[in-house]
Design a protein around this ligand. Structure first.
Ligand SMILES: [Zn+2]
Ligand SMILES: [Zn+2]
Length: 705
């Protein structure tokens, strides 16, 4: 190893190797001076160069100039001084932790806002140097190959199959799974050896593909081609076969697997019956696949050039390795979540359930390969092989597993995202998972808006199992009191073909009832749903509580007799007997901007007849600007009791007039009546139950569409 490298005076005093042997805590970080100086010295000093490179390797900075980073640092008021410390990257029982070096621009403060993690850059020791220092290689840097390493992907899969047991082998199963599952029926797959379509032979494994359809659709299977594609070699010889699918066939063959499922070719795209059948079993198609290959190139990469990193060595795939102070250091690649957040794949509707329903995912990204299962993440640039599933991994690093079945990070309870078919044991956790997934899904884009429920049908099927309920228009019937409380952000654009009471009926961003803060609801009314002209009761586990007796509305005796021919004709309709009452609305001074989307809505006070604040509602600005005037009255229907009295610090009513007590709020829906007598949802909010009573509500049958 070269010992004659040029180092500046500051760097000469450093003992980089020792930082990987003994933890140097944040509070004792070594000051390296201002970033400007380090930047100037980096032309001559090898160590200063590593520092600058580690900063530039952070995902948000990869496309910007270092001077912009400096400007940003100054604007943030963080100062531009740089410190070094080390932190435990992996901690396992009975072994000493694997350390990484952090390049930080904040000292003494535990959190820097730059970029949005605790530190700005990361350095890892290469495993060759770890061996020289007599450290275990686990968690240290690994030299990457020029192109995506098919062999290593096979090894990860074999390790998972051998070591991870039922956590990774049962589709959609949780740690407490008691479920058995079926295999998809009538499944065509590509035989990657013969390059033709075959029916999946009994007892064989297959790999599934998750990718974005190119903007210009390539070769797909049709009724006309379905027979021809059965002929050996026919798929390779067909015109228009995308490079992505062609590469995927080669990749799967390289992994010594034989069958590949790709939607474009394995579903007969112009056969309505086949399409409906295959869509209805997406949970099984992805859940039963041995592995799902995710094609997730960086959004700046050209389309149609095949699998990222497979043939072309992208710029991002380049691994930065430096020799300094007698050791080899590399800049670790970003964490999987960060890499994926810069891809088009992450923005598409259909890919959402493909990832969530799969047991094992192999991400082909522009940075490197990442393998993810319930028990861990593996990647090419860091030694993760042999890592135990319960090990603690530093959040947002390249071996951290956002989908871990183990809650090994107390800050972010990511275990909640783990889909399970097992019957729920913890309703609020289950609803939490449901809400989180739904919010994420509603942000996605669909080429065809009418796909909104199809694209999530597989996930809803898994929820059907765990929630022990049917879904209607995307809402879990047993949890309807909760599920009707979703909120809308931005302008309320209706999606045609879906009812207004469902999130699916809107093209805007939908949020679960987080804003309403009410996982706790109590039932007051009985819902019926319209199915093929018949009204069926919506079964629910939620009991009606004696203490709310004055608000409970028993179903109208005649409601079951209302046939669709009597009621207005709407495909999807909810019917109930409930109370309605009118209130006016008034603008309040607090605006609300959605935390992650930046879309805004407008909170409005709901006023009683004496202009006391009686409740609160979030309206979209578009509707408000057209419909709301100070003098007008708006009609609300009663939905359920709400288990809170305030949103954060904001009390929902005039405390001087209405008493703040437990279960004092009603969840209500502002509705608009259509000419045929049915009601459409406008928004959902709260009203104090005393105000409701004073308003003299009427009881009536409401048809909600
Ligand atoms: Zn230096
Ligand atoms: Zn596994």
């Amino acid at each position: 190893m070269a010992l004659h490298e040029e180092l500046c005076a500051t760097c000469r005093t450093l003992d980089i190797a020792s930082l990987f042997i003994t933890e140097l805590e944040h509070e004792e970080a070594i000051a390296l001076g201002p970033l400007e100086t380090i930047l100037n010295k980096s032309k001559d000093c090898g160590c200063c160069k590593v520092i600058v490179d580690s900063l530039l390797a952070q995902q948000p900075w990869q496309k910007v100039d270092v001077n912009m980073i400096l400007a940003f640092l100054r604007a943030e008021g963080n100062g531009t001084d740089v410190w070094l410390y080390s932190y435990p990257f992996i901690e396992e029982d009975n072994t000493s932790p694997t350390l990484r070096v952090a390049v930080s621009t904040s000292h003494g403060k535990q959190t820097s806002r730059l970029p949005w993690r605790e530190h700005v850059g990361d350095l890892q020791l290469m495993r060759t140097s770890a061996k020289q220092l007599e450290l275990a290689v686990l968690g240290h840097g690994k030299e990457m190959q020029q192109t995506a390493d098919v062999g290593i992907a096979r090894n990860w899969l074999d390790d998972c199959l051998r070591d991870h047991g039922s956590l990774c082998s049962q589709p959609g199963s949780g740690p407490d799974s008691d479920s058995s599952f079926g295999r998809p029926s009538l499944l065509r797959v590509i035989d990657v050896s013969s390059r033709c379509l075959v029916n999946l032979p009994n007892g064989t494994q297959y790999v599934a593909l998750s990718y974005c359809w190119p903007r210009k659709p390539g070769l797909t299977n049709t009724r006309a081609s379905n027979i021809d594609f059965r002929e050996k070699g026919s798929i390779s010889m067909s015109k228009g076969l995308s490079e992505t699918i062609n590469d995927a066939c080669n990749f799967v063959r390289g992994m010594s697997e034989r069958y590949l499922w790709v939607d474009a070719l394995c579903i007969v795209q112009d056969d309505g019956a086949d399409k409906a059948h295959q869509i209805s079993q997406m949970d099984l198609v992805y859940g039963s696949a041995l592995l799902t290959i995710v094609v997730a190139p960086d959004s700046t990469e050209a389309e149609g050039v095949g699998l990222p990193g497979y043939r072309i060595r992208t710029k991002l795939r380049h691994q930065i390795i430096h020799k300094t102070h007698g050791v080899e250091l590399s800049i670790p690649k970003p964490c999987l979540d960060d890499v994926v957040s810069y891809t088009r794949w992450e923005t598409r509707g259909w890919t959402f359930q493909e990832a969530h329903l799969s047991r094992r995912l192999l991400f082909l990204t522009s940075q490197q390969l990442y393998y993810q299962c319930a028990c861990g993440v593996r990647c090419e640039d860091t030694t993760g092989e042999g890592l135990t599933p319960t090990a603690f991994i530093k959040h947002s690093t390249n071996l951290w597993n956002p989908k871990s079945a183990y809650e090994n990070d107390s800050d972010d309870n990511w275990g909640d995202m783990f889909l399970s078919r097992s019957a729920h044991t913890d309703a609020s956790r289950l609803l939490g998972t449901h809400d989180l997934l739904l919010t994420d899904f509603c942000r996605r884009e669909l080429s065809f808006p009418s796909d909104i429920l199809n694209a999530i049908q597989g996930i809803l099927k898994v929820f059907s199992d765990s929630m022990r309920t049917e879904f209607y228009a995307g809402l879990p019937l047993k949890w309807l009191d909760h599920a009707l409380l979703w909120q809308l952000y931005g302008a309320g654009e209706r999606r045609t073909g879906f009812p207004s009471f469902s999130w699916a009926g809107w093209e805007s961003i939908v949020d679960p009832p987080v804003w309403l803060g009410t996982r706790d609801t109590r039932r007051l009314i009985t819902w019926y749903r319209c199915v093929a002209g018949q009204l069926l009761s919506c079964e629910t586990d939620a009991p009606m509580v004696e203490e709310h007796a004055s608000f409970i509305v028993p179903p109208d005796n005649t409601i079951q007799n209302i046939k669709a021919q009597n009621a207005p004709s709407h495909d999807m309709m909810l019917v109930t007997t409930t109370q309605t009452a009118s209130f006016s609305l008034s603008t309040m001074s607090i605006d609300y901007v959605h935390h992650s989307t930046g879309k805004d809505g407008e909170h409005m006070w709901i006023l009683d007849a004496n202009s006391h604040r009686a409740g609160i509602i979030l309206l979209d600005r578009g509707w408000k600007s057209i419909h709301v005037t100070e003098k007008a009255k708006y009609e609300f229907i009663m939905l359920s009791m709400a288990g809170i009295s305030r949103v954060g610090d904001l009390l929902n009513f005039d405390e001087a007039y209405y008493e703040d007590r437990e279960w004092c709020l009603l969840n209500v829906m502002l509705v608009a009546w259509k000419s045929d007598g049915v009601a459409e949802r406008v928004a959902v909010g709260y009203i104090h139950c005393d105000a409701w009573r004073e308003a003299g509500p009427a009881t009536m049958v409401v048809h909600l569409v």
